[in-house]
Design a protein around this ligand. Sequence first.
Ligand code: HMG
Ligand code: MG
Length: 631
Amino acid sequence: MKAFRTTSLLARQSQAPLVFSRSPYLRRYRSTVSNAKPDVSIVEVGPRDGLQNIKTQVDTSIKIELIQRLAASGLRTIEATSFVAPKWIPQLADSKEVMQHIVASGMQKSINFPVLVPNLKGFEGAAASKAQEAVLFAAASEGFSRKNTNCSVEEALTRAEDVAKACLAQGIRARGVISCIFACPYDGPTDPAKVLSVAKRFLEMGCYEVGLGDTLGIGTAADTEKLLRILLSEIPADKLAGHYHDTYGQAVANVIKSYDMGLRTFDSSVAGLGGCPHAKGATGNVATEDVVYMFERAGVATGVDLQQLSETGDWISKQVGQKNGSRAGSALVAKGQTKPAAPPSSTKVEAASPEWRVESDDGELRVSRAGNVVKVTLTRTRNGNALSNSMVEGVTNLYNTLAKDPTVFQIILNAEGKFFCTGMDLSSSGSSASGDQAVKDDYYNKVEGLFVSIMNSPQTTIAVVDGLCYGGGVGLAFACDVRLVSPKARFTMTEIKLGLSPATISRHMIREWGISFSREAMLSGRTVTPEELKGIGAVHGIASSAEDLERLLNEYLQGLRNCAPKSAAAVKELVRLGWNDPGGEEQTKYVKHVFEQMMVPGSEGEHGMAQFRKKNKNVDWGHFWSSKLSA
Ligand code: HMG
Ligand code: MG
């Protein structure tokens, strides 16, 4: 028999006593979240185990927000959903949509999102949804196996073997979880030898770890010790994880016992959400807040911001109409009553970078997409991304096409190289150099069309400027709605020095920079800095470095996720009319029209107000529109 690692939690606590008082305690968490490598791994199972048994359908947008909030609190493994038969678990029938959102958000880069998979059909769904980890499950008792998976334990394990094989072939991690480790609602007490044999089967088929599920939440510390002594005689502690439900209030004690015997991974559910469809009266997993509280107080880092997590626990309990099942979470929320639950976008956690998928690249323009955002990158660096005929046509066509695409909410315009854009193509081969009037007219029409297509885009357009802009290049940035820039950005209206005039673009410059500022800048042809433009509100964010620009953009995009796209298009038109036709007939008519359309059935407004009444102020509009368009 192996010797157990006996780093007792009580011993740790006496080495590093903590004095509990609210503010230093919370400060300690903040520093834990940002710096320390956790000493234990917490597998948050709330979005799957926690929700699966709730009878009233929880809106997909709530599930997504729950996942975002959990991620923002520092949790790095979040069991997201199940690819099981929807008629068995209707609550999780939206697994594809949940995964779609996770993938589009780019969160998978830094966070692990396992999904439950019972068979090959579930595997196909999970793999198609780009899941990177599958959780296979089987019971240690026949009665539960039949009720939960409609098959014997052996059949469940054979299905799991098929799934594990498919996972390994596709580079998807596999984890196993055993139900009813102590007792079964149908068969009574479980033989520990059966738990050992199921655990070994999971490891043999390639699972990297096996979760020990006390489905009924009935085991005590003494039961845990007895079972672990048997399991640890053949299985290393780092291959096992505790998955303890808390029906009898013993789960924290079981976690402590398991930790003392060497286990370092524990499944838990925010607010103790959950239950089991086949185990009457069984409650959810041990509450994540209680586990985090217990570990942190013993000096064991979890990497989780407890206050933030507690607020999330409080929030989700209200959303699903259940009492908060976490004692520590409830206590902390009660203490911090004055502080409302913070939405994920206002947390200090860095916004995840979207996974950009290149859709086309013609050597001059590269178009990439991540979820509802399209990025247009100027890549003709050898002439400073000048507005050549083909560049102008390419960008114009693209904006005109995207204008008709209801699945695109934002368009980013950025550029490679030292120059964002050097403006009109002044080279001897450029159209501007032609002596032929027809060629000149054609070029004028094209350039004019380019700026109109950007200006009239129904999407929110964001120029991300990391280089020098001259003439028409300045116009390009300021035809967009928003400008985020790096310290390398400079804006020079050079026309006057070449005996030219900023004809087409003057409209955009005057509108965005204001009359006085733009007059002086155009008359002097001087270089304008980002700081000056930030001061007049024409630049909306300056990154600290070129590298930092991506973070700034991600944060900005994260904030826009809660902004409704149709409303955004209406806002743009209202602003355009406020500028072009203030007090005029067109403006008056449009204002009335927008007002009347705002709350019609099926509109964004109707949905947004319904969410507001449910206290969901962070509506995921990507989800709203994808369900609407696929209906
Ligand atoms: P079955 O009815 O025997 O399967 O269910 P079937 O092969 O006869 O198929 C029936 C229908 O389901 C068919 O559709 C299949 O296509 C469909 P129909 O022809 O009727 O339209 N189907 C599926 N659809 C989507 N995804 C799939 C899938 N498989 C079949 N993967 C099955 C057998 C195992 C599928 C079913 O019993 C099932 O899904 N059970 C899962 C139940 C469950 O999720 N329970 C809770 C999770 S386990 C748990 O909480 C314990 C744990 O937390 C640890 C612990 O605490 O103990 C992990
Ligand atoms: Mg469970």
